[in-house]
Design a binder for this molecule. Structure first.
Ligand SMILES: [Zn+2]
Length: 326
């Protein structure tokens, strides 16, 4: 408060100088920001020294242990989405390694440096000021380590990146292991930077397949979920959206499930998954997104793999995100 008090009085007494206000407020804002940054940095050093063990970078900036005191914390973050907030500010949603999905307000107009830094798919270290009374967060600084400019050079890259980001948001960052979530998302976005249209689709299919495993909903690709038999290498499997599982043709024909008895035919409740699709997904799961350029597939396999992976994640969400269609 002492920062504001002495300066505000003379200005209030001299109301005609209205143009002074923005400048004054801006310089005060800078002073406050710098102070927060110093506090955050000093607390970071303290967090590393006591017993030598690494603990999350998010730390209490202020002295004392009052839970209602505002605190500034530093995170490893990937910006997933930004939206206008009020007249000139923006809200940024990000995946952080320390606390999962966070939303923070970015103050400043279109020419603000911080605002240009806090754009989708940029990642690095962010400083966030948290007001526990209002439970609001403010982005106070951003050291961008990856800008990913290539994502803006091709429509398909931008749309695929957006689909990945919205999938992460819709599934609440995967629900716990945030570092692993970032380790899945960041290489996929890096690979997209140089991808052509088809490569983009493959990266998205691979991301959804791996994300399904991360969420614990990836079905066995080589084993029937009903009878437990290993699938023959050349066997066609059937995906049941009701069970979110792959079944062998024999089980489906025998009407082993209630839904199967009710189904008019395999086409109504089941999706046919050919051996080529299963092989591609198993191979893709074991490789980095950057390698997806080398793992080609024919149009039919691509379509099947896309439908299957989207059906898996949509079943977990109970809906199909609009960002998947472009
Ligand atoms: Zn079976």
């Amino acid at each position: 408060m002492s920062l504001w008090g002495p300066c505000a009085i003379p200005i209030l007494g001299a109301t005609p100088h209205r143009e002074v206000f923005p400048l004054l407020f801006f310089s005060l804002f800078l002073k406050k920001m710098t102070a927060n940054r110093i506090l955050a940095l000093s607390s970071m050093t303290a967090a590393i020294t006591p017993n030598g063990s690494a603990r999350p970078l998010a730390t209490i900036a202020k002295q004392g242990d009052n839970k209602l005191m505002p605190r500034s914390s530093v995170y490893s973050a990937l910006i997933l989405r930004t939206r206008a907030s009020g007249e000139s500010n923006r809200d940024a949603w990000m995946l952080t390694a320390e606390e999962g999905i966070l939303r923070a307000t970015v103050f400043g107009g279109p020419k603000s440096k911080l605002r240009s830094h806090a754009a989708p798919f940029h990642s690095g270290r962010v400083w966030i000021y948290h007001d526990p009374v209002r439970d609001t967060r403010k982005l106070s600084d951003f050291d961008v380590l990856s800008w990913r400019p290539g994502l803006r050079e091709l429509y398909e890259r931008a749309m695929t990146a957006d689909a990945i980001a919205e999938t992460i948001l819709a599934t609440h960052g995967g629900g716990g292991n945030w570092e692993a979530a970032l380790a899945l998302a960041e290489p996929a976005l890096d690979a997209l930077e140089t991808a052509n249209e088809e490569f983009c689709t493959r990266i998205f299919i691979q991301f959804l397949w791996r994300w399904a495993a991360f969420l614990g909903i990836q079905p066995q690709a080589e084993q029937c979920a009903h009878c437990g038999e290993q699938a023959q290498a050349d066997a066609i499997m059937l995906y049941s959206s009701a069970d979110n599982a792959l079944c062998c043709a024999a089980c489906v024909q025998a009407g082993a499930h209630d839904e199967i008895e009710n189904a008019a035919g395999a086409s109504s409740g089941f999706m046919q998954i050919n051996p080529g699709c299963r092989r591609w997904l198993l191979t893709a799961a074991a490789h980095a997104p950057a390698d997806m350029g080398r793992y080609t597939m024919d149009a039919k396999t691509l379509r099947e793999a896309k439908l299957l992976t989207q059906a898996l994640v949509a079943a977990a969400l109970g809906r199909r995100p609009a960002s998947w269609d472009w």
